[in-house]
Structures are given as C-alpha cells and as structure tokens.
Design a protein around this ligand. Structure first.
Ligand SMILES: Nc1ncnc2c1ncn2[C@@H]1O[C@H](COP(=O)(O)OP(=O)(O)OP(=O)(O)O)[C@@H](O)[C@H]1O
Length: 299
C-alpha cells in the first residue's frame, strides 16, 4: 500500500533567465509522488518535464514554490548538502547513455565508478549484484563499446542504482532504442520497483510506454493538467494476462485554489469554443457543458 509522499511539489515555479530572455518553464506545478510509486510524466516538447526532473534531481534550483524530497526542502540545501543529496537520494538515467558511461571500461568497471567511497571487495560484489539485477551479469567483462544500445541502457540503470538511491529519475530512457528494447527496459524498471520498492519517475513522450506504469501525469505549459491512475485492484490480474495498460482511470488535478485544467480533447468534444463553460451540481457530480446548451434549452 502506498502511503506517504516522497516528492511534494506545490506551486513550483522555475524561471530561466538568459541575457535578453526570461522563460517560465514551470508555472505553478502541483505534483506529489508517493514512496514506491512507478509513474510517468508526459507532455509536449517544452512543457517543462525535464525541468521538473532536474529540480527533483538537484541539478538546478527552483525559483519559487515548495519542493520537498525525502523530507528535505530543496530550497534550503546548501552546496555541500546538495552534493550529498545528489549522491545518496536520487539516481539518474538519461536518454543518451553516453552521458552515464565510459566506453573503454567494462560494464563491471563502469558500475563501480560511482562507488569509489566504499571498500574494494564490497564494491565488486555490489556492482555484480546490480548487473545481475538488470539482467547483465553475464556481460560484466564486456567493454561498453561491445554492447548494444539497450544493453548499455541497462548498465546505465545499474550505475544509477550504485549508491542505493531512494528515487530513480529517468529522462526519456527509451528514447534511443526500438520498441522491443524499450519494453524490456520498462520491465527492468517494473522489477526494480516491485522488488526494491524503489520510487521511479519516468519522463517520456511515448504514450505507449506511459500506459505501462501505475500513474501518468500530463504536464502542459509547466503545469500539471491531468493524470491517469491504474485501478490497483486490477493491476496484478491484468499484468498477468498482459493487459496492464488498459486499466487506467483518468483524473484532472485540482489545485489548492480550486482550479482544474480540462484536457483540450474533452472541451473540443463538447463543443467549447470560447472561454466560458456552463457548470452545475447534479446528483453529487459537477457537470460541465457548453454555454450554448442554455440557449438551446431556453429557446
Ligand atoms: N537552461 C535553460 N535556459 C533557458 N531556457 C530553458 C533552459 N532549459 C529549459 N528551458 C526552457 O524551458 C521550457 C521547458 O523546457 P523542458 O526541457 O523542461 O521541456 P520538456 O517538456 O522536457 O521538453 P522536451 O520533451 O523537448 O525535452 C522550454 O521552453 C525550454 O526552452
């Protein structure tokens, strides 16, 4: 059972300032993520997905709002605390694995690199354990340049886990591999989530991939717009018969001021053109309709 939130993000704002330009990359993002969740963030290019991940990963500082990760207020960490946070709390997997790996070293050596603070024997054992966890134990002595893109991506996941982080952050982890390999990588995430209880946040464009996790949050223009949550009771059953992805309920996010962003497709479907909707309470439900319905009803 998921209980407390490991990531609490309220009204989060990020402004990038360049010499002659200010970009509002996050404009009041509301998003909480529970301990042990496997979730995806989707959204168009430029909607702020990577910005959010970078804030949570401590790679960049937020401008305003609230961001607490694993009980730590990311606005208050000093440089030293931030280095320690990046090393122990979060692990990163990127689309482009060249960012994670050193091609002329073996898989085993690559995984040991982030562990330079632990003793040698422990390091070797732990690295092997991680390689086995991602299904790459048998290739431990292969140089990275001898492995396929998908295999390299699995090594990158093992590296991200080297310091035993509580949260794994993955930015387009399947962006450079084919669908079959992408599915395999996603299976690795699901195993890690299930077996280690690791919280995993995946940023993706890929709507198919996002259907295989238990919650999908859509970001639009730097704000959370809607989310889909898998019906927990069905998850395991459906997983067993390969229909996991069919079982989502769709939710819209309600912020503290009572604002909800309605997906554009829904508005188009009921014929909303301007900036007004008709709203009424009907048998415990809020019904939103087109204002034109009134004129049809009344006359
Ligand atoms: N370092 C930066 N300096 C200035 N603007 C930036 C910087 N990083 C991101 N932005 C801008 O912030 C906005 C959000 O970018 P972000 O990379 O978070 O989007 P994204 O949803 O991850 O997009 P994509 O799917 O294309 O990676 C964009 O308008 C982008 O141009």
């Amino acid at each position: 059972m998921l209980s407390e939130d490991i990531i609490i993000c309220e009204n989060l704002v990020k402004i990038y300032k360049t010499k002659d330009l200010e970009v509002l990359a996050l404009q009041g993002l509301e998003l909480n993520i529970a301990v042990g969740e496997l979730m995806a963030i989707i959204g168009n290019s430029g909607s702020g997905k990577s910005t959010f991940l970078n804030m949570v990963g401590g790679l960049d500082r937020p401008s305003a709002g609230k961001l607490t990760v694993d009980g730590r207020d990311l606005f208050k960490l000093n440089e030293k605390e931030l280095v320690e946070y990046k090393r122990n709390t979060v692990g990163f997997v990127w689309q482009n694995n060249a960012r994670n790996l050193i091609p002329y070293l073996s898989a085993w050596q690559n995984v040991r690199l982030p562990m330079r603070f632990t003793n040698g024997k422990r390091q070797k054992d732990r690295a092997l354990e991680l390689l086995e966890m991602v299904g790459m134990g048998h290739r431990k002595d292969s140089r990275l340049s001898q492995l396929s893109g998908g295999e390299q991506q699995r090594i990158a996941i093992a590296i991200a886990l080297a310091n035993n982080p509580k949260i794994l952050l993955a930015d387009e982890p399947t962006g450079s591999v084919d669908t079959k390999t992408g599915n395999y990588i996603l299976d690795v995430f699901r195993e890690l989530n299930k077996n280690l209880g690791l919280t995993i946040v995946i940023v993706t464009h890929d709507r198919m991939l996002s259907k295989k996790v238990s919650r999908v949050v859509a970001i639009r223009d730097g704000k959370t717009s809607s989310e889909m949550v898998i019906k927990q009771s069905y998850a395991d059953k459906l997983d067993a018969i390969g229909m996991f992805e069919e079982a989502h309920n769709e939710y819209a996010v309600l912020d503290k001021a009572g604002r909800v962003q309605i997906p554009r497709e829904f508005l188009e479907n009921i014929g909303i053109k301007g900036n007004r909707v008709r709203m009424e309470l009907e048998n415990g439900r809020i019904v939103i309709g087109s204002p034109e319905e009134d004129s049809v009803k009344n006359g």
